[in-house]
Design a protein around this ligand. Structure first.
Ligand SMILES: [Fe+2]
Ligand SMILES: [Fe+2]
Length: 222
């Protein structure tokens, strides 16, 4: 199989551990997972040969490191929705709760050290938390019950809205990554500042996998 002619999410569908490879390469496997890998590499100016060699090496290292992680392919809709809610929705809400406190604390403590940076983090994080809280409850109350009740035509309309919201969250995370210079800690960073960057990166990783399970696994069933 020539992977370059397939969608980005092909390998992640087989084994979610491949998500880390695409994340490190800054190739969007969740919101844009349906796009053609070869086209995206060209667009980003990535050296195909180098990329494919690294991908092969990464995949081989995983093959030697236990079973594939692809439980989601065996789950029915109800099980997958239950998994997404209990794992990703619960985690997102708990990390946002911590981040609410951390972001408020670092703005107060460090505004004078780098005003544009602290204002940008405060504003982008503020938008992200509002987006995510709304998004999670809309899935739980509006979309998931439609799927569970087998009302797939109505669900498809709601899925379009949901995917737009995924894009919006992905864009805010990309902006956060940009303003923080890939989460590089400034010299004056305190423990709370480090914890903020750490949690934002964990939230990003978790959200990428969460969106992948929705866009590329669950929603593709309809
Ligand atoms: Fe979700
Ligand atoms: Fe979602």
């Amino acid at each position: 199989m020539n992977l370059l002619e397939h969608s980005i999410n092909t390998l992640v569908k087989e084994d979610i551990r491949m998500a880390s490879f695409f994340q490190n390469e800054k190739i969007d496997f969740c919101c844009n997972g349906h796009r053609n890998l070869g086209e995206v590499l060209k667009e980003k100016g990535v050296d195909e040969k180098r990329f494919m060699n690294d991908l092969k090496e990464y995949k081989e290292s995983l093959d030697g490191n236990g079973e594939k992680v692809n439980f989601y392919n065996q789950m029915d809709n109800e099980e997958l929705i239950g998994y997404i809610r209990s794992t990703h929705h619960t985690y997102t809400r708990s990390v946002l709760k911590e981040l609410d406190q951390y972001v408020a604390a670092i703005v107060k403590a460090h505004y004078r050290h780098d005003k544009p940076l602290l204002l940008a983090i405060n504003s982008l994080y503020g938008k992200l938390r509002v987006e995510l809280h709304e998004h999670l409850i809309k899935e739980e109350v509006d979309l998931f019950p439609l799927i569970m009740d087998g009302r797939f035509d109505e669900a498809k309309k709601e899925i379009e809205v949901t995917e737009d919201e995924h894009d919006a969250a992905g864009n805010l995370l990309a902006e956060l990554r940009k303003v923080t210079n890939d989460y590089t800690l400034p010299s004056w960073a305190c423990t709370t500042f480090s914890a903020t960057y750490h949690n934002l990166q964990e939230l990003e990783s978790d959200l990428f996998r969460h969106i992948f399970l929705e866009n590329s696994i669950l929603f593709e069933r309809f």
